[in-house]
Design a protein around this ligand. Structure first.
Ligand SMILES: [Zn+2]
Length: 85
């Protein structure tokens, strides 16, 4: 499912988990858009976006990513760098 479709269903964030650091990080789609305006975010799936995410602590790829709603957000500060591209 494309991210634009997820947004229509009320999803606002990507939630990524780094197994090495054991941290979970939420990045709002709007923040990715503002930092990476050339990224066709709405046309990507969560799996495709996940490939562009990196953990800013260890530099590795997060092992699991999923879509998330604002209401689910635990209030973490972003620890992941923004997607490349
Ligand atoms: Zn990490």
């Amino acid at each position: 499912m494309k991210i634009s479709m997820l947004e229509e269903q009320g999803y606002t964030h990507i939630d990524c988990w780094c197994d090495a650091c054991r941290i979970s990080v939420w990045v709002p789609f709007v923040m990715i858009r503002s930092r990476r305006p050339r990224l066709e975010l709405g046309q990507m799936t969560i799996a495709e976006l996940a490939l562009r995410m990196r953990c800013s602590r260890c530099g590795g790829r997060p092992t699991k990513c999923r879509e998330a709603r604002q209401s689910d957000a635990p209030g973490y500060q972003s620890r992941y760098s923004y997607p490349k591209g």
